[in-house]
Design a binder for this molecule. Sequence first.
Ligand SMILES: Cc1cc2nc3c(=O)[nH]c(=O)nc-3n(C[C@H](O)[C@H](O)[C@H](O)COP(=O)(O)OP(=O)(O)OC[C@H]3O[C@@H](n4cnc5c(N)ncnc54)[C@H](O)[C@@H]3O)c2cc1C
Length: 405
Amino acid sequence: MNKVAVIGGGASGLMAAITAARNGARVCILEHKDRIGKKILSTGNGRCNFTNLHQEPICYHSENVLFPWKTIEKFSAQQTIAFFLELGIYSKNRNGYLYPQSDQASAVLDVLRMEARRLGVEVHTETECREIVPNKNGFLLRTNTKDYRAQKVILAAGSKAAPSSGSDGSGYTLAKQLGHRLVPVLPSLVQLKCRENFYKSVSGVRVGGSVSIYVDGECQAKDTGEIQLTGYGISGIPVFQVSRCAAIGLYKKKTVTAELNFMPDFTEEQFLAFLQKRIAARPMKTAEEFFVGLFHKKLSELWLKLAHLDRTRPVGEWTKEEIQNLTNLIQHFFTEVTETNPFDQAQVCRGGVNTEEVTDTLESRFVPGLYFAGEILDVDGLCGGYNLQWAWSSGYVAGKEAANA
Ligand SMILES: Cc1cc2nc3c(=O)[nH]c(=O)nc-3n(C[C@H](O)[C@H](O)[C@H](O)COP(=O)(O)OP(=O)(O)OC[C@H]3O[C@@H](n4cnc5c(N)ncnc54)[C@H](O)[C@@H]3O)c2cc1C
C-alpha cells in the first residue's frame, strides 16, 4: 500500500490526507503546531467563508496565469459544497459567499478531523519537518522527533501569512532545499500604510467607495466596497483586493499611489450637479453643516481642511473653483502607499513555489513523488472564499495523484 506523508495539517493538508486515504493510501500528517487546522478557525471572522459560487479564472492569480484554474476545474466549488455536505456541513449562502449554516469555522475543522480519523489518517502534532530526503524507496522525512518514511510526500506547509497559525515559511525552505525557486513572497489581502499625516484624524471611519492602485502612474487594480480608514492608512475588503498590486509595486521600489473615490456611483458631471443643487437648496448652511447626512463628520472636516475652506462660511459663498476643488478631492483622493502591513496581518501571500516547476498533477518536476498543495504554491485568490477553494482543490488533486501514482 502506498504510504503518503502530508507535511502541514492546514486546509490543503487535511483535504490532501482525506483524499489520499479515500484513494486507498496509508496516510500520515506531520504538523509542527500542537493542533491541526489552526488557521481554518480564524477564517471569515471565525465563520469560515469556505468557497464562493461565483467562480472564474480571474478569481485566482499566479505568475503562470493559466495554472490555478486547471486545478480548480478538477475540484470545483460545487464539488466542495457536496464534499462538505456529505460530511455534515449545510451551507449558508450570503450573496454567493458560502459559510457553514452554524456560522462556526470550528465546524469545518471538526468535520475534516472526524473524516481523517474515520479513514485512519495518523496525525503527528508538534512534529516539524526539517528535511525531505528523496531516496530509492521514496522519501525520508527528518523531523524534530524522529525520522518518517513515505513513498510519496505532499508539501502543504502554507505560506508566511498569519505565522502564529503555524505557516512560518518553513515550507518554502523545504522546497528550496529540493531545488525549487520561489516567486517573491509578499503579504496580500492586507491593509496599506499611507504617507500623509492626517490619517489619525479620520481613523475609524468606514465609507463606501472605490480604490484604485497606481504603480508608477499606471492603474493596476480597482475595487469597490466598504473602505476603512485607519490611523496609518487604508483597510477594508476593496483595499485587500488591490493590495497584491501595491505589494509587488513596492517590492520593485516603484511609486505606489491609491486613488479613493468616495462617490463612485456618480460621474464627475453628476456629482458636480448634485453638489450645486444641494448648495442652491441650502445656501446659508455653513460648510460644516452642509455635509451632515452625506459624509462622516471626520471626513468632511478633512476635505474642508485640505480644500482650505472655512467651516463656518455659508456654502452659498463658495466659488466655482472651490466647488470643483471639493468634488475632485471627494472623487479623486490620491494618497501615497508606503508599505503593506506585515505578514502577521496578511490573510494570504502572493508568490510562492514557482508553478512552472510543478506539473498539472501538482507533482514536482524535479523530485518525482513530491507533490504540493495550498498556499505554498504561487497561487492566491480574491478575498471571498477563493483561497480556501484553492486549498480544497489543490489538496484534492495532490492527494488523489499521490495515492494513485
Ligand atoms: C485571518 C484570516 C482569515 C481568512 N479568511 C479566509 C476566508 O474566510 N476564506 C478563504 O477562502 N480564505 C481565508 N483565508 C485564507 C486561507 O485561510 C488560507 O489561504 C488557507 O487556509 C491556506 O491553507 P494551507 O493549507 O495552504 O496553509 P495553512 O492553513 O497555513 O496550513 C499550513 C500548515 O502547515 C504547518 N507547517 C508549516 N511548516 C511546517 C513544517 N515544517 N512541518 C510541519 N508542519 C508545518 C502549519 O503549522 C500549518 O498548520 C484567511 C486567512 C487568514 C489569515
